[in-house]
Design a protein around this ligand. Structure first.
Ligand code: COD
Ligand code: ZN
Length: 375
């Protein structure tokens, strides 16, 4: 039977921390119960993959197949898979939605407990990997592993999407776009007429801007140390941009002065302690909300005078924009097809999978927003 067969295909493997990608022939085992095997067609490069290479995401084990922003077609399904069949277009979900756990049942959260446990081991639920290369087991990453021609994911980590969705920039709904857009709409709940500040204008920060704009924010302030990001930020809805290097005073002071006391919503999309504090200090003392989207280095801590919260500020965080993944991803894809937003605005480069190292160089040098790898 076709579905019992091991597939040999190309994948980008990271053999050890800080190593470059090597394109290898890997074996991808057939899907077991509740799993699906997916032919990945396009996958975006996200800063978090780079964090993983550098050992900044403590749960990653090497050798590993990274990648968590993909779109593809189901090749085969294991036993007990109920709602997905071969030929379906799908997006793998780095935050799954089992539907059974305490968080999945609570409307306030999108954090699935099942996903939390699995992510820590880089293996499927039965404690094994579906990938091998040169006789060695290769670890999975974030339930997704998309830098490969074929991957295996559990049904709860896969969203079936519209059969008319593009097998190209739709991949951005798997991470960057949804993370930023949802941070504005779900986590901050930006209201019409409000003032927002976005620290970090990478793919995530720009998607926050798209969310702030659609929510009706009156002022959207982009903050980045790389002014090359300002044009695209303004095109997407930023009303003004600030380069911290242009001022001899701290950015929060600049923002407080320019907004008459601070912003309604501040977003941290860099992943540094300093910008988290700057975001918090830029928010209005009585009602400002700060949303942390970036992840800082392992074991780093943040400290501030508790008075900063006592007067009414809120600080919170979100993963995947607070979207309950399996329910929301198909809807976001439909919204994209209905042209509610334009994913293409975030795409600066396209490369074949075997040029993945070039794609990461573009990210590290600040030249790209999103590079899409065509697998
Ligand atoms: N002040 C302002 N801007 C800065 C500063 C600074 N001090 N330092 C850097 N920047 C700018 C850079 O110039 C760049 O434009 C931007 O910040 C960051 O953008 P990218 O393109 O490097 O990164 P993104 O947008 O792809 O990702 C940003 C995250 C914060 C999401 C990412 O780095 C992160 O922390 N990921 C971990 C979070 C996670 O695991 N999320 C789930 C999957 S993504
Ligand atoms: Zn990501």
């Amino acid at each position: 039977k076709k579905k019992d067969k091991v597939i040999k295909c190309k994948a980008a493997v990271i053999w050890e921390k800080s190593a470059p990608f090597s394109i290898e022939e890997v074996e991808v085992a057939p899907p077991k119960a509740n799993e699906v095997r997916i032919k990945i067609v396009a996958t975006g490069i996200c800063r978090s993959d780079d964090h993983a290479i550098e050992g900044k995401l403590s749960t990653v084990k090497f050798p590993v197949i990274l990648g968590h922003e993909g779109v593809g077609i189901v090749e085969s399904t294991g036993e007990s898979v109920k709602h997905i069949k071969p030929g379906d277009r799908v997006i793998p979900l780095f935050v799954p939605q089992c539907g059974q756990c305490i968080c999945c049942k609570d409307p306030r959260s999108n954090m699935c407990i099942a996903g939390k446990m699995k992510k820590a081991v880089g293996l499927m639920s039965d404690g094994t990997s579906r990938f091998t290369c040169k006789g060695k087991q290769i670890y999975h990453f974030m339930n997704t592993s998309t830098f490969t021609e074929y991957t295996v994911a559990e049904e709860m980590s896969v969203a079936k999407i519209d059969s008319g969705a593009s097998l190209d920039n739709t991949c951005l709904i798997g991470c960057g776009f949804s993370t930023g857009y949802g941070s504005a709409l779900n986590s901050a709940k930006v209201h019409p007429g409000s003032t927002c500040a976005i620290f970090g204008l990478g793919g995530i920060g720009l998607a926050v801007i798209m969310g702030c704009k659609i929510a009706g924010a009156a002022r959207i302030i982009g903050v980045d140390i790389n002014p090359d990001k300002f044009n695209i930020a303004k095109e997407l809805g930023a009303t003004e941009c600030i380069n911290p290097k242009d001022y001899d005073k701290p950015v929060p002071q600049v923002i407080l002065e320019q907004t008459g006391g601070g912003v309604d919503y501040a977003f941290e999309c860099v992943g540094h302690i300093e910008t988290m504090l700057a975001a918090l200090n830029s928010s209005h003392f009585a009602y400002g909300t700060t949303v942390i989207v970036g992840v800082s280095a392992p074991e780093s801590t943040i400290s501030f005078d508790p008075m900063i919260l006592l007067t009414g500020r809120t600080i919170k965080g979100s993963v995947f924009g607070g979207w309950k993944s399996k329910n929301s991803v198909p809807q976001l894809v439909s919204d994209s097809l209905a042209k509610k937003f334009d994913l293409e605005k975030l795409v600066t480069h396209r490369l074949p999978l075997n040029k993945i190292n070039e794609g990461f160089d573009l990210l590290r040098s600040g030249k790209s927003i999103r590079t899409i790898l065509l697998v």
